[in-house]
Design a protein around this ligand. Structure first.
Ligand code: A4P
Ligand code: MG
Length: 282
């Protein structure tokens, strides 16, 4: 049998607080991870199209996120969590993960301790996945803004509530028109990185072209909150790093989940630049 194609990411390094010894909990230690992904790259090889293969940046972000942000005791758990996240990437059926703790704090002279696991999508999906509540902000200031928002709400899977719609002055970026903004609640089985991919696909469906940062856009989706997870990586930061300073985010979020906002949110933000308009007709 011909061996399957593989993508190999070797020696991804990150610092994490993982381990059962007190000194392992006291300060972050160096880890090294290998990720070997089995997937058919023949189409990407023929077409040079990134959408037909795995974006290394996403896989690397998943690794560093688990190491840096998830407090766990065992390397077995770290390896399993990384495998679960990588298996959510399009086209990935089997993945091998090696997690090494470099220079572990034991009296003996040892270079690394480690765990190697192989998991397939079937292993992970046998366990029922849990639903999480996430909040996503949508904004549009190009084209038919209301229709763009409607497109976003209808095409994003798992939407269970939609805030009022607000017309808002643009914040940051070049001269541009006023936005329509809203926030939706979704009940989702998708992990945060998967949900981000879904958001980017919905933006693309609405004809979004990325030219200028903070520039005008047909439809922008920002993942605000995913359960109470904290993620900080190049690909994804949750909670959304700028949400607490933005009235165009907090006002509609307050419609859906006032308990998630600090008591003084309204006083702390500059007033104005926002007015409620008709709700979406879905
Ligand atoms: N990314 C990281 N974290 C997240 C997250 N939590 N949610 C990464 C979504 N994306 C996240 O985003 C760039 C990359 O950010 C994504 O590919 C993802 O990997 P983008 O949408 O391409 O870029 P952008 O939107 O131009 O930049 P940015 O920094 O996301 O801008 P914001 O914060 O989205 O702000 N004024 C009003 N009144 N209303 C608005 O809706 N929106 C913006 C955009 C500016 N001013 C506005 C409004
Ligand atoms: Mg954005």
């Amino acid at each position: 049998m011909i061996r399957p194609d593989r993508i190999e990411l070797r020696a991804i390094r990150a610092l994490g607080t993982i381990g059962v010894l007190p000194e392992e909990q006291a300060r972050a230690q160096p880890f090294e991870v290998d990720v070997i992904i089995e997937l058919d790259v023949s189409k990407a090889g023929r077409t040079d199209d990134l959408d037909l293969t795995v974006n290394y940046a996403s896989a690397i972000s998943m690794v560093t996120n688990v190491i840096e942000n998830e407090a766990t005791l065992l390397l077995e758990r770290v390896a399993t969590r990384i495998a679960e996240d990588i298996l959510t990437l399009n086209g990935v059926d089997t993945v091998e993960i090696v997690v090494r703790k470099l220079r572990p704090p034991v009296p003996e002279d040892i270079l690394s301790t480690g765990v190697r696991i192989v998991r397939s999508r079937a292993d992970v999906h046998r366990r029922p996945r849990q639903f999480q509540t996430a909040y996503i902000a949508m904004g549009s200031n190009l084209g038919d803004r209301r229709e763009n928002l409607r497109f976003g709400v209808v095409n994003l899977p798992g939407v269970t509530a939609v805030s009022h719609v607000y017309e808002t002055d643009p914040v940051g970026g070049p001269e541009q028109g006023e936005y329509l903004n809203l926030v939706v609640r979704v009940e989702t089985e998708q992990h945060p990185f998967e949900l981000l991919e879904t958001c980017l696909a919905v933006e693309a469906g609405a004809g979004r072209e990325r030219t200028v940062r903070w520039g005008a856009r047909t439809l922008d989706l920002d993942l605000l909150l995913w359960g109470d997870a904290t993620i900080s990586s190049e690909q994804l930061t949750v909670p959304h790093p700028r949400m607490w300073e933005r009235r165009f985010v907090l006002e509609p979020l307050h419609d859906l989940a006032p308990e998630l906002l600090p008591d003084d949110w309204d006083r702390r933000l500059p007033a104005g630049g926002i007015k409620r308009v008709d709700d979406l007709e879905l």
